[in-house]
Design a binder for this molecule. Sequence first.
Ligand code: ZN
Length: 195
Amino acid sequence: MHENKGETWDTCQEILDRLPSPAVLVDDDAAIQMHNHAASQFLSPDPTFVYRRKFGDALHCLHSASGCGNSAECQTCPVREAINCSRFGFTQVRLRCELLVVREGQSKRIALVVTASPLKLENGILHLVVLESTSEGFHQRHFQPICPLCKRIQIDDGCWEGLEVVLKKNPRADLTHKLCTECRSLYLGHGDRLP
Ligand SMILES: [Zn+2]
């Protein structure tokens, strides 16, 4: 669902609709510019409600009561994290996460792998966010966050260590992307708002 923005835009919609996974095109602040058929199962069924809404609002994220992007949880939201990485040009960012959404008045957890990559279009750069459902029990597996910028890995006590050090101890570690505290503060400039 989008305004008529020309041929490239139509092609984009066609490509998105062929993806089997839910996919959205969002701006830097997670406002939805386009979404595919598969995303309809995740988002509000009313397409006029979805268009230009922030992702969390359209998804009925549990933390969007005061608007997507405004709660303390939004500072570490995995979807926003993926979009932020995409803003810095990282094209292969994959985050394993759980999103808490409200469905029929009940909160529900959805386990997902979120992928985001930048897409240059006529009107500027948007971010292609793809959501893959994962049947793997999220809590049964331990994913170690790796910062896509400095390549350090977060260890159990919350500190970040070099990739080689961690992989030497556990070469089979399951990894997921997450910006480390320093890179977040350096690149996003809001380290003071970190929890
Ligand atoms: Zn880092």
